[in-house]
Design a protein around this ligand. Structure first.
Ligand code: SF4
Length: 248
């Protein structure tokens, strides 16, 4: 295909996603997930970091028995509570959440790049342990589901139900984009959805153990991520750039 044909193809694809986004804007999250499963079949995946929103999506997928692939980026540095939640969700909904791991073990990374790389070069650490494995997974699909909400960050305020993801060159489906944090927790409590007990101990946003701390009353939900560093996102949902990502 020549350059003009590739451009025309891309524009047609973006126009189709824009039409779908307008059509799906008022749909329920469960119906959006069902639509995505029909639309993309086995070319669809869901990457979860087991945040409250991710647990809600797993609940919706599990209760409708939707045939959607689910995986998590197991950096080797997750909290024991996160591993326990992972197993509880699999048991509760009788589904499998795949483990996607980086090329280097934590010990291998320490041998190659020095101990505690996350303290010295968190972008490099996230790049190797999250971004590269994620890119490899997303290269195999046409669309991925995320748990982002519009009111989480200014960067996410313009997110659509379905939109092109320039970073990974596939479509991105955001079923919870209209939800508030209050709605997420109301759903969890109403349906008794398993969630990470660290949320009850002052950790509203949970990632790798070395880069996550509890927040004080009044602090932003993400203040405990990479505390003391300028880094605020793994980079998963931002504009196209070389390295980084965030899980939900
Ligand atoms: S969150 Fe921290 S430990 Fe985890 S991959 Fe990123 S820098 Fe490394």
């Amino acid at each position: 295909m020549d350059h003009a044909a590739v451009t025309a193809d891309l524009e047609a694809g973006h126009a189709r996603l824009a039409r779908w986004a307008a059509e799906l804007e008022e749909w329920t999250a469960a119906d959006i997930l069902t639509w995505a499963a029909d639309q993309y079949a086995d070319r669809l995946t869901f990457a979860t970091g087991f945040g409250p929103e991710g647990c809600v999506l797993i609940d919706l997928i599990g209760r409708r028995r939707l045939p959607i692939d689910i995986f998590t980026l197991d950096t080797g540095l997750l909290f024991p509570e996160t591993h326990d939640l992972w197993r509880r969700l699999e048991d509760r909904y009788d589904l499998r959440i795949r483990s996607v791991t980086p090329a280097l073990s934590v010990e291998g990374q320490a041998a190659a790049h020095g101990d505690h790389l996350w303290e010295r070069q968190p972008e490099h650490c996230c790049g190797m342990r999250k971004v590269v494995p994620l890119k490899q997974e997303l290269a195999r699909v046409d669309a991925w589901i995320t748990a982002i909400r519009r009111d989480q960050t200014p960067q996410r305020a313009g997110a659509l139900v379905v939109e092109p993801d320039a970073k990974f060159d596939i479509a991105k489906v955001n079923p919870l984009v209209r939800w508030t944090k209050r709605q997420v927790w109301a759903h969890i409590l109403e349906h008794d959805v398993p969630y990470n007990p660290l949320h009850d101990r002052g950790y509203p946003s949970i990632g790798c153990a070395p880069c996550t701390s509890a927040v004080k009353p009044g602090e932003d939900d993400r203040a405990g991520r990479w505390r003391g560093s300028e880094k605020t996102e793994c980079g998963l949902h931002g504009p196209a750039q070389p390295a980084a990502l965030t899980t939900a």
